[in-house]
Write a protein that binds this ligand. Sequence first.
Ligand SMILES: Cc1cc2nc3c(=O)[nH]c(=O)nc-3n(C[C@H](O)[C@H](O)[C@H](O)COP(=O)(O)O)c2cc1C
Length: 170
Amino acid sequence: MTFLELVRKRCSVRQYSDRTVEPEKMNYVLEAARLAPSAVNKQPWHMLLVESEEKRQLLQSCYNREWFKQAPLYLIVCGDHTESWKRADGKDHLDIDVAILTEHLCLAAAEQGLGTCWVCNFDAPRVKELFALPEHIEPIVLLPLGYPADESVFEGEKKRKALTEIYAHH
Ligand SMILES: Cc1cc2nc3c(=O)[nH]c(=O)nc-3n(C[C@H](O)[C@H](O)[C@H](O)COP(=O)(O)O)c2cc1C
């Protein structure tokens, strides 16, 4: 698979099967995340794997969608505000770093035949409280992870702007 084929394959999966995710595949995906670049190489991130039924239910209460409940696993992708690089004008690069890490997770998962879906529209204060995250640790993305209910999801068409709308050559 070329990189562009992988980028086309990666998509938001919102229907999961209950097939177990092999630990080797999970380790592969986590290694791809570990190698992600970050501003000043600060690596200001932490990932929490949510797997037990009890913790899954807690997390599901923070993003109340039926499809979300189907995922066998979740990663809570967090940023550490005490570790992230701040530019001279104060701009905190935490979100950028965590976004790169998250997309590494998603692309590696897709390569392995696993589905993911970025979720940012969740109740972040509730995640912080239920998972006892310290003040400086911000949950930024919830990432459900598992085999798609239907593998043909990977062949779907992408709805994207034309290159002419987003790129100019001066
Ligand atoms: C930063 C970010 C936040 C997102 N948050 C959500 C979300 O809360 N819920 C959801 O269902 N999808 C969410 N998505 C998925 C987008 O809707 C999806 O990536 C977009 O529609 C393109 O579709 P594709 O991922 O299948 O290519 C998010 C994506 C990104 C990049």
